[in-house]
Design a protein around this ligand. Structure first.
Ligand code: HEM
Length: 140
């Protein structure tokens, strides 16, 4: 008698294609955000998009490519280099919310993912200092 494994959350919401769409829509918001955008590597936005996508896929039961390529996530540690104050967190979450709204997941799936993202984003805050002014542009 064969027993099939229960579907992972990753499979339930539609697998790879859905995570690709989620993260792509999210990064469109980030690209237009004057606080968040400067934090990201200017010449590697595709790489940043891929890293977040691989992490979320792995977290929700999809392929473990993230750890194969990047090692242990240690996300709080990896975010220490960035100025993640409540304003940055709320903007990050705002872009995620916009992206999720466009996915139109079933209500329970939406609530599950959103609850996780909110908790994860709150745990990433590493400063309450206000956002520093943008660095002056280099003159040639
Ligand atoms: C709270 C606001 C947040 C801000 C401002 C923020 C900002 C950043 C920045 C600037 C990067 C570097 C981009 C790159 O080169 O990969 C990054 C990487 C990353 N972030 Fe966030 N992040 C936030 C929250 C989160 C949350 C909630 C998660 C997970 C649910 C997350 C997961 C990741 C991952 C997986 C990477 C790539 C790590 C690596 O392998 O190097 N971030 N984040």
């Amino acid at each position: 008698m064969s027993q099939s494994a229960p579907l992972s959350f990753y499979d339930e919401i539609g697998g790879h294609d859905v995570f690709v769409r989620l993260v792509h829509l999210f990064y469109q918001g980030v690209a237009a955000d004057e606080i968040l955008h400067p934090m990201y590597p200017e010449h590697d936005m595709d790489g940043a998009e891929e890293r977040l996508r691989m992490f979320l896929e792995q977290y929700w039961g999809g392929p473990s490519t993230y750890s194969q390529q990047r090692g242990h996530p240690r996300l709080r540690m990896r975010h220490v280099a960035f100025h993640v104050n409540p304003e940055a967190r709320d903007r990050w979450l705002g872009h995620m919310r916009d992206a999720m709204d466009q996915l139109e997941l079933a209500p329970l799936h939406d609530a599950t993912l959103w609850d996780y993202l909110q908790r994860a984003a709150h745990s990433m805050v590493n400063t309450f200092e206000p956002t520093p002014p943008p660095a002056p542009k280099e003159t040639p």
